[in-house]
Ligand binder design. Sequence first.
Ligand SMILES: C[S@@+](CC[C@H](N)C(=O)[O-])C[C@H]1O[C@@H](n2cnc3c(N)ncnc32)[C@H](O)[C@@H]1O
Length: 247
Amino acid sequence: MSARMTKLRVIKFTKDFLLASRILQVFMPINRLFGFVYHFNLLTSWVHKHKKDKMLMNDFYRPVRNYDDRYLSFKKLVDHYKLNEMPVSYLEFGVAHGHSMKWWLQHCGNPASRFYGFDTFEGLPEDWGLFSKGDMLSAIPEVNDNRAVFIKGIFQDTLNNFLEETVPSIKGTKKVIHMDADLFSATLFALSQLYPHLQKGDIVMFDEFNVYNHEFNAFRLFTECFYVKLKPVSAQNNFYHAAFEVE
Ligand SMILES: C[S@@+](CC[C@H](N)C(=O)[O-])C[C@H]1O[C@@H](n2cnc3c(N)ncnc32)[C@H](O)[C@@H]1O
């Protein structure tokens, strides 16, 4: 028997034994700790690999965060990519009261641009960290701009119909995708459905990128499983907010 076959036998025997004996379940009380260490280390490795990449802006490391600095990043992106001049398709996943949606409407003035805001408008569909299901409840925001459309419901119910109906009309325009649903499930779902429609040069932003087990985890699995290359172009608040260009 070759060395490889022997190794495979040992691996298989060990795994079957662990499965049948349930011996690793003695660690169940500290399972979350293992998960935290594993995922946080992946995030740390990613950040340190990319912290010196050439970007429009990157404030890593700063000791004190200012959430509103994400607007500095938005402005840099608008100026650099001339998003105010060209027709863009802005898709925001997680709208709530519409703070970021309104910013983008105000700063991308091309009349042919379109803005699509997806949200349950009934709050988070599941718990997220210290937030509970139903938190962030908000009414559909009033924006007074007929370029904006809001799509109410969970992405898992609404996104595919939307893409079927709308993709033909936005094909060819630069897409600016803003992932701000906070949740791993929602972020991974939306990215994976958007995958066939992504084009080189599209922008993908994450509002809570460095949350190791949610948006970062979704980003990591999406880029690894779909072989998508997203180049970091802007990072704020120690990569809490991060923007990427599709390569
Ligand atoms: C942090 S808030 C969005 C904040 C907003 N972009 C801003 O800058 O003011 C997150 C929103 O994501 C929405 N959300 C999370 N998961 C969702 C899902 N699977 N489907 C629809 N909406 C979802 C929640 O309802 C919540 O309103």
